[in-house]
Design a protein around this ligand. Sequence first.
Ligand code: COA
Length: 172
Amino acid sequence: MFKIRFYRPEDIDQVQRLNRVFLPEHYPPYFFDENFRRFPKAFIVAEGPNKTLVGYVMCRVERGFTRGGMFNMGHILSIAVDKGFRRMGIGTSLMLEAEKNLVNEYKADFIYLEVRVSNKPAINLYKKLGYEFLGVMPSYYHDGEDGYLMYKITSARTSKNDVKALLGDRIK
Ligand code: COA
């Protein structure tokens, strides 16, 4: 029905289309290129009928230092599934593949993301995958909407206090 695979540079037009049509936050091509160049195994697409792309997730890994040491923070930057293909498990499959590679390939200690407080479908997806709320980021989006910062711990050495120490200054 759909195939999950790594992003390839020739996918850029289709991924940009999905980004423009289905998300209010748009990125220039170099942002996609740069994340692919640095973290190719954390940029995943879903192929639908006739190999058309029907979804993508793009991530990166950031490094953070706190009292507990150095941490690798997986960051889900952008995810979208074509409207005609939702509620079929594609979002879940994209997230699971990205998470697996963030942890196994890039040694993410935890994974975090931002989501609009009004975005019930995405919040439900993340909760179902085990993400928890760290807090609210007031007026995080360009139109003034608040965002939730959500996280999921993926290594035994990491605690919620570590996540708070690293990202707590972003929330209210
Ligand atoms: N209402 C409520 N919960 C929903 C939902 C909806 N419309 N769509 C998905 N969910 C939740 C459900 O818990 C669902 O599990 P269930 O179907 O067993 O109830 C779970 O998410 C997994 O759904 P799945 O089919 O894997 O997700 P999807 O392929 O439909 O993709 C999004 C989910 C969020 C990626 C998709 O709705 C989307 O592209 N939205 C627009 C872009 C966007 O908002 N991206 C996130 C920005 S942070």
